[in-house]
Write a protein that binds this ligand. Structure first.
Ligand SMILES: Nc1nc2c(ncn2[C@@H]2O[C@H](COP(=O)(O)OP(=O)(O)OP(=O)(O)O)[C@@H](O)[C@H]2O)c(=O)[nH]1
Ligand SMILES: [Mg+2]
Ligand SMILES: [Zn+2]
Length: 341
């Protein structure tokens, strides 16, 4: 089975095996999901609309590879390599944002203050998905001092790659092109952060609608309303997403530890393997705070994230709980010494 038309969409041989489970079907990738239906990229007919089929489990999301029978009957969603999801607005369940993603860009506009919590939350979601988070500070040309802001953000988020870009002004785009090559990349960021503008800059065309931000606080107006996958001319695909106000955590504890790599590292020196870094004796994390090497707010954030991750576990359905029993997505150096926070 060869599907040259699907290669720009990220098709490769690893999907052949899963397709064998669906004899008589063709593969396709979901390029848009707007509630009512899907657009799928097909091997022979280009991008076509496909009505949603209720019995599909899981429900397909943008980035999914699916098996279908022509003209457009959806048969199955192929097992995902990764899934970016967040806590739904009501807080009771997970909302899928994008499937089979390799990289999640945490997009922040430098025309407004960068919110530390947002980046940490986005990083936790990305790591939980099994994807790599990359901070993208954009609209550098509109910042008073882009370098100083970037240095501050880098300092607050040790271990996460950071790119400074300016979509309209063509700054930092080559680095993004390189990052996206042969990968599926998606974005998280509040409305008006500049996500669609980055899409357009990488496409070299005004394909994704972008809209003005409010004067004064630079808040966006939710210009993008559906999640859409774009094929980049230099290779790779980029999924544009609507701006989200609240990045609700729906993650496993491992993703929290991965987000706070520095604390995880320090915790190796605690006397107790399950140290809560609270009142325990010989706590290396508290010692680092006392010694000024670790900001106390970072431990506060770590604690709050773990509380939220624990709440997720309680709310998860039995089905979800079974899924969560899987191996942690992160292939980390310290995976064997996971602690039961
Ligand atoms: N000068 C300059 N303006 C930018 C840049 N990036 C975005 N903008 C402007 O910022 C505003 C918001 O950009 P969008 O790309 O629509 O933001 P978004 O993140 O897609 O917003 P939503 O779709 O609402 O989530 C628009 O007026 C853009 O023209 C940039 O790099 N430089
Ligand atoms: Mg947009
Ligand atoms: Zn400790």
């Amino acid at each position: 089975m060869q599907f040259p038309a699907l290669i720009p969409y990220g098709w490769n041989d690893r999907w052949l095996g899963p397709m064998l489970e669906h004899p008589g079907c063709q593969p396709a990738r979901v390029v848009r999901h707007d509630g009512a239906g899907l657009l799928i990229a097909t091997p022979d007919s280009g991008v076509v609309a496909a009505p949603l089929v209720a019995r599909l489990d899981p429900a397909p999301t943008v980035g999914d590879w699916i098996a279908y029978t022509p003209p457009v009957t959806l048969v199955a969603v192929l097992p995902r390599l990764s899934l970016l999801r967040r806590r739904s607005a009501l807080g009771e369940s997970a909302q899928a944002l994008a499937a089979n993603v390799d990289v999640v860009l945490l997009v922040c506009g430098l025309d407004r203050p960068v919110k530390k919590g947002r980046i940490q939350r986005g990083a936790a979601l990305a790591l939980d998905a099994g994807a790599t988070p990359v901070i993208v500070l954009t609209k550098a040309a509109l910042a008073d001092d882009a370098d100083a802001m970037a240095a501050a953000v880098a300092g607050e988020n040790p271990g996460i790659e950071l790119l400074v870009t300016s979509a309209k002004e063509g700054v930092g785009l080559d680095a993004l092109r390189l990052l996206a090559r042969d990968r599926t990349v998606t974005m998280l960021g509040e409305s008006g952060a500049g996500k669609s503008s980055l899409v357009n800059a990488l496409l070299g065309a005004e394909v994704a609608a972008s809209g003005p931000v409010r004067a004064g606080d630079s808040k966006g107006r939710h210009t993008t309303s559906s999640r859409e996958l774009h094929v980049l001319p230099a290779g790779g695909v980029l999924i544009d997403t609507p701006g989200i106000r609240a990045v609700g955590l729906w993650v496993e504890p491992e993703a929290v530890d991965a987000t706070f790599d520095d604390i995880d590292e320090l915790a190796l020196g605690c006397r107790f393997a399950d140290c809560g870094h609270d009142t325990e004796p010989s706590c290396a994390v508290l010692a680092a705070i006392a010694g000024g090497e670790l900001a106390p707010e970072r431990l506060d954030a770590w604690r709050a994230f773990h509380r939220e991750a624990a709440a997720t576990a309680l709310k998860a359905s039995p089905q979800e709980s079974a899924r969560r029993g899987r191996q942690p997505a992160r292939d980390t150096k310290d995976a064997p010494r996971r602690k039961g926070h």
